[in-house]
Design a protein around this ligand. Structure first.
Ligand SMILES: [Zn+2]
Ligand SMILES: [Zn+2]
Length: 733
């Protein structure tokens, strides 16, 4: 597809970011402006009384009299969107059944797109920092250091430091900060791929294979499977090096911002400079710079969250999806897409290599490798250390604990043995807060959210009950909201905060650190805590699933899983897979340096096949068994699914409408698909809206999207109802 150029007055189609009806494609006809325009140009067009952002999307449809068409207001001073990205947005919209304007919004999340190149005032450290600084001033200096030389305006800095603008002014006055004009956007420092890294064992062959795949050019997908600590980052950085040598751009997706600090340091060590960063913690100024630089080749490597997939790369040569199994790659609000799958799609369109890396791949990727669609590379031995730690079950039925204790005698003894040796223990519980249930001992009523169908979780740290669905909070009631009896409300079950209480009682002299995402005000505070732990400033670490994600604790030799059965409950199709992955990831935290680690799983069902597979370490056998079960049931990845969630204020109305949809299922039946439901969604009420779910199941080869479109088009949605289509649903929420 070659980009066309249009003379002034010619009819062009412009895709805007405005939602123009459900069926509308969002592409409107305009006349090319004075001086003409070309495919992919960013433009401003009149829409009613307003001017909106758009992209020239091809020749106009010509359905209207050209004389009556309005003209493109102006062509923006921004690099045009390439055909590759336009094709990707179109295909991604088709796949996820998302209107194109919503897709375009994902690709235009850069502030100041409409502004030309200009300068702006930025603040910098002068190098003079007095010993005595007020708290606020100290925070400003720390925040600025955090940016590591990136350009920051006074407003952004004040926001990052949580202070008013006067604090910044004060620091300028006393000479700690200086203000200067800087060009808005400058290229990122070049990365040097020539340095050689010494790979060992099967890293060598894997690194060579990845580099060869990149050097060859064209699309190809590789599943890089390496146990925790096997050096898989070093191996895929070989692919990045090859990509940089070819003068092309590399994108590395990470599931979590908290992980990036460690990763950036490794990249800097390998390539001599930091890559560009794209995630929610990056300032608007920096985002704008990155967006422009990536489009003109001023950024050769980007590390980012899932939304980095929609950046306007000039010449994409490689995409790496690290921790590809991570459920946070699935965007669950707004445009529902799985960044892993979309990465493969973009690589296919761009004609570049894609690497999916994980210690515990998703069954989808395992199956694709098994079917020969992906190349699979395995890294067995742990880099510079032993293999996976020894894993053992502690049968909790054998030795029941009192109602307010969760740590078995065996685990207590193991922790106690390690403290004097200076070794660390991790107690893992995947539950935030203090207690999952607050119950009235007089009437048995549980405190629920007023707007959702969810129990409120006590967070003692916040001194509130919190709804994990909608975020609503309220104080812990003194009197029961149901029966009015006072003083009988009690906490039931453990969260990490409560586990910390038990630890303080049982190990009074130990130094304890709690790692839970909600206990830290900022990504920086969490990062600091992780560094402190890695340096040995804790004997016992209590953590939720954020500890499972690749942090490096060299002194950690014991992992105790408080409730290994937790993930096995519930009807989620992926419950077994998720538990298996999480338990292996957590266990993989132990014994990463020279000392061998051990992991204990506290369980009430040691004979459960998933628990047995985890303990046995028979990974391939587990995947094969799980694959066979899914194949027999015709569910993903061997069949296709879509979730339809209807929501509205009136439960009867929502059910009636969903029932009507289920009855008129002709277009779905025509492709052999089945409709299940309507049923209350697992979370049946969120923010006061009742949610009803239909589940569609089809064979893998069935044209599901086309049938869904035809089916949904039959219905006119009442204005107070909302309908969301989730292709390949992950969470079944
Ligand atoms: Zn009560
Ligand atoms: Zn709620």
């Amino acid at each position: 597809m070659t980009d066309r150029v249009y003379q002034a007055g010619e009819t062009v189609g412009v895709l805007t970011t405005e939602p123009l009806g459900r069926s509308g494609l969002g592409v409107l006809d305009y006349r090319a402006p004075e001086g003409g325009c070309g495919d992919g140009d960013f433009v401003e067009v009149p829409l009613g009384p307003r001017r909106v952002l758009g992209v020239v999307w091809g020749k106009g449809e010509g359905r209207f009299d050209p004389a009556k068409l309005r003209s493109v207001a102006r062509v923006l001073d921004a690099p045009p969107m390439r055909a590759e990205l336009r094709a990707f947005l179109t295909r991604a919209a088709d796949y996820t059944l998302t209107p194109l304007p919503a897709m375009l919004r994902l690709a235009t999340r850069a502030p100041g797109l409409a502004d030309g190149v200009a300068t702006r005032r930025v603040v910098r450290l002068t190098g003079q920092v007095p010993n005595q600084l007020t708290d606020a001033r100290f925070r400003v200096v720390e925040a600025l250091r955090d940016y590591g030389g990136a350009a920051v305006t006074a407003v952004e800095l004040a926001e990052a430091a949580g202070c008013g603008p006067s604090v910044i002014k004060g620091l300028v006055k006393i000479g700690v900060l200086s203000e200067e004009d800087a060009p808005k956007d400058t290229p990122y420092p070049p990365l040097d791929p020539s340095g050689k890294v010494r790979l060992v064992g099967d890293q060598v062959a894997a690194g060579d294979a990845l580099a060869a795949a990149v050097a060859q050019g064209g699309y190809g997908c590789t599943l890089l499977k390496g146990v925790t600590g096997s050096g898989k980052t070093e191996v895929y950085l070989e692919a990045v090096a090859e990509c940089l040598k070819a003068g092309r751009q590399a994108l590395v997706l990470l599931p979590e911002i908290a992980l990036t600090a460690d990763f950036l340091a490794r990249v800097e060590a390998r390539f001599g400079a930091r890559p560009a960063e794209w995630h929610s913690g990056v300032t608007m100024t920096e985002r704008r710079r990155l967006w422009r630089m990536v489009a003109i080749g001023g950024a050769s490597m980007v590390v980012g969250a899932r939304s980095a997939l929609f950046l306007p790369f000039q010449d994409l040569g490689l995409i790496v999806v690290d921790e590809e199994h991570d459920s946070s790659y699935k965007q669950e609000e707004g445009v529902l897409y799985n960044a892993r799958d979309m990465a493969v799609l973009r690589a296919a369109i761009a004609g570049c290599a894609v690497v999916l890396a994980s210690a515990t791949p998703s069954l989808e990727s395992w199956a694709n490798a098994d079917a020969g669609k992906y190349l699979r590379l395995d890294l067995g031995a742990r880099f510079g250390a032993a293999e996976m730690p020894k894993m053992q079950a502690i049968d909790m039925r054998a030795d029941p604990l009192p109602g307010n204790q969760w740590i078995s005698a065996k685990l207590v003894a193991e922790v106690n043995a390690r403290i004097p040796r200076g070794e660390q223990s991790l107690l893992f519980l995947n539950r935030r807060g203090y207690a999952p249930v607050t119950l009235c001992r007089a009437c048995g009523q549980q405190v629920g959210c007023d707007d959702c169908d969810a129990r409120m979780v006590e967070h003692r740290f916040l001194k509130r009950l919190v709804c994990h669905q909608c975020g609503a909070t309220k104080p812990v009631p003194v009197a029961c909201p149901a029966c009015g009896v006072e003083g009988r409300m009690s906490a039931v079950g453990p969260g990490v905060e409560r586990l910390a209480e038990e630890v303080a009682l049982r190990f009074p002299d130990a130094r304890v650190a709690v790692l839970s995402s909600d206990l830290f005000g900022s990504a920086r505070a969490l990062k600091d805590q992780i560094v402190a732990i890695a340096q040995g400033q804790a004997d016992i670490i209590i953590g939720t699933q954020i500890v499972a994600k690749g942090h490096n604790f060299p002194l950690l030799t014991l992992v105790g899983v408080i409730d290994a059965d937790l993930g096995l409950q519930g009807s989620d199709l992926r419950a077994a897979e998720r538990t298996f992955q999480l338990m292996r990831q957590v266990a993989g935290r132990a014994g990463r340096a020279e000392i061998k680690g051990v992991a204990f799983l506290q369980t009430h069902q040691p004979e459960h096949p998933v628990i047995r597979a985890i303990l046995g370490g028979e990974e391939e056998a587990f995947w094969a068994a799980e694959a066979a079960e899914r194949r027999a049931a015709g569910v993903p990845p061997y069949g296709r699914m879509a979730g339809i969630i209807l929501s509205g204020p009136d439960v009867a109305q929502v059910f009636d409408f969903a029932g009507e949809m289920a009855r008129r299922d002709g277009p779905l039946r025509a492709i052999g698909a089945q409709v299940f439901g309507p049923a209350p969604a697992p979370v049946a009420r969120v923010r006061g809206r009742h949610r009803v779910r239909l589940l569609i199941k089809a064979e893998k080869s069935a044209p599901l999207q086309a049938a869904l479109s035809a089916w949904v088009a039959q219905f006119k949605l009442p204005t107070n109802l909302r309908l969301a289509i989730d292709i390949d649903p992950q969470s079944f929420m």
